[in-house]
Design a protein. Structure first.
Length: 516
């Protein structure tokens, strides 16, 4: 059979998925990792990148051998995806010049503000160009040595194929896009402001080449094959599709690449995207404008924090059970606790929580301090506590999405959900429907996530027959079975009351970040 390999480097997990020509998963593997705060930056070491990739691939290869009784030596296509944005600079010899600064960092406020004003286009703090310009403003020693910058997906793709390229969705999180490439007018404006600070290298020379979905992006080199599979079984010469960001693979995994479609990815971070029919009328610091893998404009509301604080509390409950000698399966623990939230009071017992492990740009908080706030009169029950955590997980996102729906009157035909928040059937889906006041569907493929999405893009590059990606995905999802949650009036009213208190209490979070 023909097979296609997709690998995604997510925030907490590196996942590898092998699909057949009908886009069914036939083998998978994974590796759990976590970012670290070093020298003031959230980062991963590149040694961990390769250790994790090799472990995930080895896990997949073992799974394949167990199922089919033969070694995995080649596939028909490969795709690499990863956390969008961030900053990875290299010199002309390929040496890393600074720590990998991930999307989670909120250290580029000055650069993002200046570039947004210069461009007349929102440049979020996590975008690659903001990190580069901040390094220039900081007069960091490595800046004068930069030969090129890239993302984690672009870096892995480069090392496996020798090609310094990214897909257009990934590129749109590095620098603004126009007509299928980096915006030429804004490139010039960046060069002008950078020259004032003594940086004279044109930024276009530093950025990876932009490719559309379906285009050839190189082949696996001999050295690349050894990097991915040190056992030596994997053969060189396998074609690659363009490397993409997790936003783009999320669009593919939820069949949300056409105008008026949208999707929500809810994991360590959370973001919602809507493919636009028309350009936005105004510039908002809460809204990014990126691109689909086809190049169409997408409005994105992105929050840095989603399930990490909730996961920490579930883990604590698990420890408590173990202390009593009554340990529970992790999946079962999530199921029980999520479902308990269904018994909550209408207003979560007046509990309030902030899930800010890192800063949150949508609400103007620079440094994260997870908080639980209650008054002496609060009804502090498990059900109210869990619903408060779930509401908090989607609260910042709802503030950003409110701009699109209310101020820009953006129309949405469908919103598809994927990510960890939706793993427990129905609960997270209903919370999201309440937060967005819109129906939310979760497909049978949603659990596969971005690794499956980039594998589908690898298949598209080899199997397309004159159709565009939207037409191809129509065939992929022809027999998909999705569950749909429609917003309930009581849930919408409960969330509206919660978000009102949430906004009022942001001053508490701000003070906590300043004094603790």
């Amino acid at each position: 059979m023909k097979t296609y390999l997709g690998i995604e480097l997510g925030s907490t997990r590196i996942k590898a998925v092998l699909i057949d020509e009908n886009h069914n998963s036939v083998a998978s593997g994974g590796f759990t990792w976590e970012n670290q705060l070093k020298n003031g930056y959230w980062t991963y070491s590149l040694d961990d990148v390769w250790g994790g990739l090799q472990s995930a691939y080895a896990d997949l290869a073992a799974n394949f051998a167990q199922k089919f009784g033969e070694e995995l030596t080649t596939v028909d296509g490969i795709g690499i995806s990863g956390m969008m944005h961030g900053y990875l600079p290299f010199d002309s010899n390929g040496n890393q010049l600074a720590e990998f600064r991930t999307w989670r960092n909120t250290t580029t406020a000055a650069a993002a503000k200046k570039l947004t004003a210069e461009f007349g286009f929102n440049i979020p703090e996590r975008w690659s160009v903001a990190h580069l310009y901040q390094a220039i403003l900081n007069d960091e020693e490595h800046v004068g040595k930069i030969d090129h910058i890239t993302t984690v997906a672009g870096y892995v793709h480069w090392k496996l194929t020798g090609e310094k390229v990214v897909g257009i969705n990934e590129a749109s999180g590095m620098f603004p896009i126009c007509d299928g490439d980096y915006n030429s007018e804004m490139l010039g404006k960046f060069d002008d402001v950078a020259k004032i600070e003594g940086f004279i290298r044109p930024i276009k020379e530093l950025l990876p080449r932009v490719l559309f979905a379906g285009e050839s992006a190189g082949t696996l080199t001999i050295d690349g094959a050894k990097l991915l599979d040190p056992s030596g079984r994997l053969q060189a010469g396998i074609p690659f599709c363009p490397p993409e960001g997790d936003a783009g693979t999320g669009m593919v995994a939820t069949n949300a690449v056409l105008p008026r479609t949208g999707n929500v990815s809810a994991g360590t971070s959370i973001f919602a995207m809507v493919v636009l029919e028309n350009s936005l009328k105004n510039v908002y610091q809460e809204i990014d404008v990126i691109a689909t893998p086809m190049g169409d404009s997408v409005a994105m509301a992105h929050a840095n924090n989603c399930t990490a604080d909730l996961d920490a509390w579930v883990s604590l409950f698990g420890e408590a059970l173990q202390a009593f000698g009554a340990g529970a399966d992790k999946s079962k623990l999530y199921e029980i606790l999520y479902n308990e939230s269904e018994n909550a009071d209408a207003h979560c017992g007046n509990l309030l929580s902030y899930n800010y492990l890192s800063g949150e740009h949508i609400t103007g908080i620079s440094h994260g301090r997870p908080l639980l706030v209650r008054t002496p009169e609060s009804n502090f029950t498990l059900a109210n506590f869990m619903r408060s955590l779930l509401f908090s997980s989607v609260a910042a996102l709802s503030i950003g999405m409110g701009i699109l729906l209310e101020r820009e009157n953006v129309k949405i035909t469908s919103i598809a959900g994927h990510g960890g928040l939706f793993k427990v059937d129905g609960v997270g889906q209903r919370m999201m429907a309440a937060a967005l006041n819109a129906s939310v569907s979760v497909s049978s493929t949603a659990g596969e996530g971005g690794a499956w999405g980039i594998a589908v893009l690898a298949a598209f590059a080899r199997q397309k027959d004159g159709e565009n990606l939207g037409e191809y995905l129509t065939k992929v999802f022809a027999n998909d079975k999705a569950t749909v949650a429609t917003p309930k009036i009581a849930d919408v009213e409960a969330f509206s009351a919660y978000i009102k208190r949430y906004k009022a209490g942001l001053e508490i979070e701000k003070i906590a970040s300043e004094v603790i």
